[in-house]
Design a protein around this ligand. Structure first.
Ligand code: 6PG
Length: 259
């Protein structure tokens, strides 16, 4: 474990793929690190393929990062950025729990990005299953991938739930074993809403996957995920095929990690 100006860095041993962890004592350091990472991956994607494709998660944790990202004054990059959602609650875009609404308020509505570069999950006027299929069609059309192929996102930004879920892939969910579809419908309950989510093969095909995790309430789940103690947890199943995996966490979320 080495301490840099950004925070504590650790290579996570015994992993089959490149897995690193950065722990931050201060929110501003964490956000600066994330913004630098975003700029590097964005530049890499644009130089390599002419555009930068990013899948963004919802929830509360990433809000402060999206707000910081919205201050990044780089019109040329935004014009070459394509945003997709990692998952969505099956509610209208006006609903307080809509990830699209949150992203519009914190990021999309504050940057000079063409509307056609933003790919919401269509949750209005369709059934849950139809919504998942329509989103999958959008993904296949944009990434030009047919059945049996998976898109390669430059970046997928994920959070972790206290139960070890990520995206809208919850423990024991059938969606965890979905291998042919790119998006899956997830039936939950009234409080959490039904969901549409990217499937594990899509997440694991990304060039870069970042878990952005804050708060003491995530410490136990994070310990099991980073330690590989419970491979049944959805977040433990995020194992990029050839990309790299980065844990960007705050001190509180790291409190159960040994050493
Ligand atoms: C969602 C997210 C979900 C989130 C975790 C953590 O739609 O809610 O995609 O996977 O990342 O539930 O949520 P918090 O950041 O709110 O703790």
């Amino acid at each position: 474990m080495e301490r840099g100006q950004a925070g504590l860095k650790s290579m996570i041993p015994n992993s089959k793929f490149r897995k690193n962890m950065f722990i931050f004592d201060h929110e501003d350091q964490m956000l600066k690190f994330m913004l630098n990472k975003w700029e590097d991956i964005s530049r890499e994607g644009i130089e390599r393929r002419g555009c930068f494709t990013a899948g963004l998660s919802g929830g509360r944790t990433p809000i402060i990062f999206y707000q910081r990202l919205a201050e990044w004054d780089s019109k040329p990059s935004w014009e070459r950025t394509q945003f997709f959602l990692v998952d969505e609650r099956f509610v209208s875009f006006a609903d307080k729990d809509s990830n699209y609404r949150m992203l519009k308020e914190t990021l999309f509505g504050k940057i000079p990005i063409p509307q056609e570069n933003i790919h919401p999950i269509p949750t209005e006027k369709t059934s849950l299953e139809t919504s998942a299929r329509e989103y999958e069609e959008d993904l296949r059309r944009f990434f030009k991938v047919s059945k049996g192929q998976y898109p390669t996102f430059d970046l997928i930004l994920l959070g972790i739930g206290e139960d070890g879920h990520t995206a809208s892939l919850f423990p024991g969910s059938e969606a965890l074993s979905e291998r042919s579809h790119l998006a899956a419908a997830v039936v939950l309950d009234e409080m959490r809403h039904h969901r549409i989510t990217l499937t594990l093969p899509v997440i694991n095909h990304a060039e870069h996957v970042i878990f952005f995790v804050r708060g003491e309430n995530k410490a136990f789940a994070l310990k099991k995920i980073i330690g590989g103690d419970d491979l049944s947890l959805p977040a433990s199943m995020v194992q990029p095929r050839s990309g790299d995996l980065l844990f960007v966490i705050d001190r509180e979320a790291s409190s159960q990690l040994s050493g």
